[in-house]
Design a protein around this ligand. Structure first.
Ligand SMILES: *[C@@H]1O[C@H](CO)[C@@H](O)[C@H](O)[C@H]1NC(C)=O
Ligand SMILES: *[C@@H]1O[C@H](CO)[C@@H](O)[C@H](O)[C@H]1NC(C)=O
Ligand SMILES: *[C@@H]1O[C@H](CO)[C@@H](O)[C@H](O)[C@H]1NC(C)=O
Ligand SMILES: *[C@@H]1O[C@H](CO)[C@@H](O)[C@H](O)[C@H]1NC(C)=O
Length: 402
C-alpha cells in the first residue's frame, strides 16, 4: 500500500501544480519602462492567452494588455474586437511580432478576409500601442482603445501564428484551439460570457490531467509492477495487490477523465470525428474489458488460463501504447504550455528507462537461476520453467496466485 500512497501523492502534486499553472493571467506587467496595472484579467479559453484590462466609464475607453506566445519564435500574436460577429473576419485587430530588425512591432489590422492582412487603419480608435517580447517567448501587446458607442459587451478574438512576411502575418494553423479563439466578454463587469469559455478551459485542463494520471501514469506503473515484481518470491502476493490497485484506481480515475472528454466532445461540434476521440472510446472499451476479464479469469491451473494470460497481456500492452499515442494527440488539441508536454515525456521516458533496466536485470537473474538449477525445475521470470526461456507471455507458476 505504501507504493500506492506515493503514486497518489504524486498525482495530487501534479494536479495542484497543473491547477496553479492554469492561473496565468496577471494584473500588472512591465512594458520595459514602467509597471502597468489593470483592474481585471481573464485567462482566455484557448491558446494559453490572457487579457488584462481596465475600463474607464468616464470616457468609454479601455487599457488592455494581451499576452500570448507565438506559434513559433518568428511568429505573431494578435488580439482584437469584432464589432459584427464572434469570428475572425471583421476583427479590428492589433498584431505584434518580433521584426527581423530585432524590435518588437505592433500594428493595427482590419481583418477583411480569410487572407494574410497588411497593416491598415481600423474602425476603433487605438492609442499608445506598444508590445514587448519576453524571454519566456511570450509577447504582450499594450494599447488604449475607445469602445464603439461605449458598448462594453464586445466580441473579442485572439490568435497566434508561426510566420510573418515583412509586416504581413501569415495564416495561423487550423487546430481546434485556433478556431475556437473568440468569445463575448463584458469589459465593464469583468464577468464575461466568456466565463463559459473559461470554465471550458478548466474542464479541458481537468480532462488532460485526470487522463494523464489515470491512463498515462498509474496504468503503466501497474503493468511494470506486475512484470518486474512477480519474479521475486518475497513480493508474492504483494505484487498482485499493487498491480490490481494501480490498474483499478487508474481505471476509476481514467473513466472520470473519459467522462470529461465526452462532455467536452458534446460541447465542441466537429470533435466526434477526431482520432483522439475514437482512440479514447477504444481505450474505454479495452479498459472495461480488462476489468471484467479479471473477474472471469480461469483458475491458475485451468487449461485455458494460458490463453487468458496471452489475452490479458496483449490487451494491457495495447491499452498502454494507445494511451501514450492518445495523450500526445490530446496535447496537440489542447496545446498546453510546452512544459506539460515535456513533463509527461520525462515521466514516460523515466518509466521506459526503468522498465528497460528491469527487463535486462530480469533476464540476467533468469539465466543465472537457470544455470544453477536443472531446466525442469527453474522458475523463469515469467514462469513455466527453463523450457520457455525467452517467451515473455508464458504463465507464471505463481501468476495471479490470489
Ligand atoms: C479616460 O479617463 C481616465 C480617467 O478616468 C484617464 O486616465 C484616461 O487617460 C482616459 N483615456 C482616454 C483615452 O482619454
Ligand atoms: C524595425 O522595423 C519596424 C517596421 O518597419 C520599424 O517600425 C522599427 O522602427 C524598426 N526598428 C529598428 C530598430 O530599426
Ligand atoms: C499615452 O501615453 C502618454 C505618455 O505615456 C500619455 O501622456 C498619454 O496620456 C497617453 N494617452 C492615452 C490616450 O492614454
Ligand atoms: C461614452 O460615455 C461617456 C460618459 O458617459 C461620454 O462622455 C462619451 O461621449 C460616450 N462616448 C460615446 C462614443 O458615446
Amino acid at each position: 500500500m505504501g507504493g500506492y500512497s506515493v503514486v497518489l501523492g504524486f498525482a495530487v502534486v501534479v494536479i495542484l501544480a497543473w491547477q496553479a499553472s492554469a492561473q496565468t493571467c496577471l494584473k500588472s506587467f512591465t512594458d520595459g519602462n514602467a509597471i502597468k496595472s489593470y483592474a481585471s484579467c481573464n485567462d482566455l479559453s484557448t491558446l494559453n492567452a490572457a487579457l488584462s484590462w481596465t475600463y474607464f466609464p468616464t470616457n468609454g475607453s479601455i487599457d488592455i494588455a494581451f499576452r500570448a506566445t507565438p506559434a513559433a519564435s518568428a511568429g505573431w500574436v494578435g488580439w482584437g474586437i469584432n464589432p459584427t460577429a464572434t469570428a475572425m473576419v471583421g476583427t479590428q485587430a492589433l498584431i505584434a511580432f518580433k521584426h527581423s530588425n530585432g524590435s518588437t512591432v505592433v500594428d493595427t489590422y482590419n481583418i477583411v478576409a480569410q487572407a494574410p492582412p497588411s497593416p491598415s487603419t481600423i474602425s476603433i480608435t487605438v492609442s499608445n500601442k506598444s508590445a514587448v517580447f519576453q524571454n519566456t517567448g511570450q509577447i504582450t501587446i499594450f494599447a488604449t482603445l475607445m469602445l464603439l458607442s461605449n458598448k462594453t459587451a464586445v466580441n473579442h478574438v485572439w490568435q497566434v501564428g508561426s510566420a510573418v512576411n515583412g509586416l504581413v502575418p501569415q495564416a495561423h494553423a487550423n487546430n481546434q484551439a485556433n478556431l475556437a479563439s473568440a468569445t463575448t466578454i463584458d469589459l465593464k463587469t469583468g464577468v464575461s460570457s466568456g466565463s463559459a469559455a473559461v470554465s471550458q478551459k478548466t474542464l479541458k485542463d481537468r480532462h488532460g490531467i485526470i487522463n494523464v494520471v489515470g491512463w498515462g501514469i498509474l496504468m503503466p506503473i501497474g503493468a511494470m509492477i506486475a512484470r518486474y515484481l512477480k519474479m521475486f518470491k518475497s513480493a508474492d502476493p504483494a505484487w498482485f495487490y499493487l498491480h490490481a490497485f494501480c490498474q483499478s484506481s487508474g481505471y476509476i480515475i481514467g473513466v472520470a477523465g473519459w467522462a470529461t472528454g465526452l462532455k467536452l466532445g458534446s460541447d465542441s461540434p466537429g470533435v466526434e470525428r477526431t482520432p483522439h476521440r475514437r482512440i479514447g472510446i477504444a481505450l474505454f472499451c479495452l479498459g472495461t474489458l480488462q476489468v471484467f476479464a479479471l473477474l472471469l479469469r480461469p483458475k491458475k491451473d485451468h487449461k485455458y488460463r494460458k490463453y487468458w494470460n496471452v489475452y490479458h497481456y496483449a490487451t494491457g500492452y495495447t491499452v498502454i501504447i494507445l494511451t501514450i499515442v492518445n495523450i500526445f494527440k490530446g496535447f496537440d488539441i489542447l496545446q498546453p504550455a510546452d512544459k506539460w508536454k515535456h513533463a509527461y515525456i520525462a515521466v514516460i521516458a523515466s518509466l521506459g528507462g526503468i522498465a528497460a533496466v528491469l527487463e535486462v536485470t530480469t533476464w540476467i537473474i533468469f539465466f543465472k537461476r537457470k544455470s544453477k538449477t536443472s531446466p525442469r525445475t527453474v522458475s523463469s521470470a515469467y514462469g513455466n520453467g527453463g523450457t520457455n526461456a525467452g517467451h515473455g507471455f508464458k504463465q507464471s507458476h505463481d501468476d495471479n496466485s490470489v
